[in-house]
Ligand binder design. Structure first.
Ligand SMILES: [Zn+2]
Ligand SMILES: [Zn+2]
Length: 166
């Protein structure tokens, strides 16, 4: 078990050695399903530092990751670095220290609710969909009239569904 899962450690081994520090770079694919929103993990680095106490072992961990996200306004992809730390205490009663869950939880919380490519991002035109940071469109003037026209049509059709057939 220990050989197959590098994030599971033998408790007695760490106690005998008086602690353990290590760095790992797991495959981002291992955490691909950690996010419940559109975020792609590009890179992940872990630092684990175990220190032995009287009747427990303390783990202090750090997760550093690069995530690809989408700007909430213009939907352009952005790759940004994120980092977080965690700590856990394992009592002497355990045989193995399984760090997989706490690491997964920490990774899952790295993705922010919302990112912007820039505070000044102009977003996309609601009419033609172009990225207004890159191009300028002429939709602004037409937007109001187009919208009014659609609204009128919709109301009329709802009142007289038969109009659609004429
Ligand atoms: Zn943007
Ligand atoms: Zn437009």
């Amino acid at each position: 078990m220990k050989e197959e899962t590098p994030l599971v450690f033998n408790y007695a081994d760490i106690r005998t050695e008086g602690g353990l520090s290590l760095k790992l770079s797991p495959s981002p694919a291992d955490y691909a399903d950690a996010f419940d929103k559109a975020a792609t993990l590009k890179k992940i680095d872990l630092e684990l530092d175990f220190s032995v106490g009287g009747d427990s072992i303390l783990l202090e961990g750090r997760v550093s990751a690069e995530l690809e996200l989408q700007c909430a306004r213009c939907a352009e992809p952005l790759t940004l670095p994120f980092e977080d730390t965690f700590d856990e205490v394992y009592p002497d009663t355990v045989e193995y220290i399984d760090t997989r869950e706490v690491i997964r939880e920490t990774v899952a919380l790295l993705a922010p609710l919302k990112v912007l490519c820039s505070e000044a991002c102009k977003g996309r035109c609601l009419v033609c969909g172009i990225n207004r940071n890159v191009q300028v469109c002429a939709c602004r003037a037409e937007k109001a009239s187009t919208f009014e026209g659609l609204k009128g049509l919709k109301i009329k059709d709802l009142k007289n569904p038969g109009n659609n057939k004429l």
